[in-house]
Write a protein that binds this ligand. Sequence first.
Ligand code: PLP
Length: 401
Amino acid sequence: MLTNRQLFLQHLGQTSDSPLMIEIERAEGVYMYGPTGEKYLDLVSGVSVSNTGHHHPRVVEAVKRQVDLYMHLMVYGEIIQSPQVRYAERLAGIFPGELETCFFVNSGSEAVEGAMKLAKRFTGRSRIVSFKKSYHGSTHGALSIQGSEQLRNPFRPLLPDTFQVSFNDEESLFTIDERTACVVAEPIMAEAGVICPINDFLKKLRHRCTETGALLIFDEIQTGFGRTGFMFAMNRYNVVPDILVLAKALGGGMPLGAFISSNRIMSALMKNPALGHITTFGGHPVCCAAGLASLNVIIEDNLTVRCNEKSDLFRQQLRHPLIREIRGEGLLLAVDLANSDLVRYIIANSPKYGLILDYFLFCADAFRIAPPLIITRDEILWACGQLKMLLDDASKNLIEK
Ligand code: PLP
């Protein structure tokens, strides 16, 4: 009989020739467990998904309760489903400005697609501006605006009339004009290696969009739900977009995406013609129930505020000659080693040290630290101890050789 490892390679489509290849049987809190007693501390959260940790009892209970009532009923937007309306109402209560109407979809990429379509319909324009080294998803539209020519090029032709400009560069703002339907921006650029805005760049971007009538879309798929020490990065920088895009932690561990706007803008998808975005499983009731339970945990357990103390502890503890810089906000951190071979070694060997680590798509010199927000002080101390041993090991094996 083939092992799961062999079956994984034979029967599952692969995304690279170097998958992490560890097998997980169960996950709880900040830990993942292998079939023969391996235990790993998760420093990635499935890429900013498991903000309330794995198998949170309140999330699991909400899922079970909803499964017992109903699962899929009908395509999105026809039947009043309590988990959807309750979650949308709760979200509207925590968003600033006019962000009150939520269009639920399945994933981050689909939410980005929906947001771009909405902006085109609302403005009657076609041009889309985004930023170099941004990541917005892998579907054709989202791929067209993400900021890596290397990832984009093999799939041409893509969406026309898209422009990628430099983040934090005021000159870029002049690309935005009366032909621009929207600007899509991550308020903190995650896959670029956690690049934060400087010199009020987001405020200036907001101003230029307002001036030209272009809609500002914030992709908070990675930065949302307390990850950066604020509920959303837009709260940190006091800038409100016209459309907000969410996924990942939105579903509390279940697949869910959403684009959110004012009722006035959102109504552009419902007429002339109707059905501006159709999605069968968007806003799946089990996913909405899980997401609402997870959001309640984040708020009631004050995970957002405590995230900053935990971030400081990582920064204090992670001192090592191989570390050039630790960047980021809250528990979205990039540990920069200024050397991509070292980063590859650290990530490949992290399971041996009981840790799960991951790369950034567009920053080969750094690895990611983004644990569940429930991580405790003792768990951080232990993880940093392991990481320093792993860095020593890398020093011996790569640098001194
Ligand atoms: N936007 C950002 C900032 C992301 O990090 C991702 C996924 O990593 C996406 C969009 C795409 O989300 P999904 O993988 O759910 O399609």
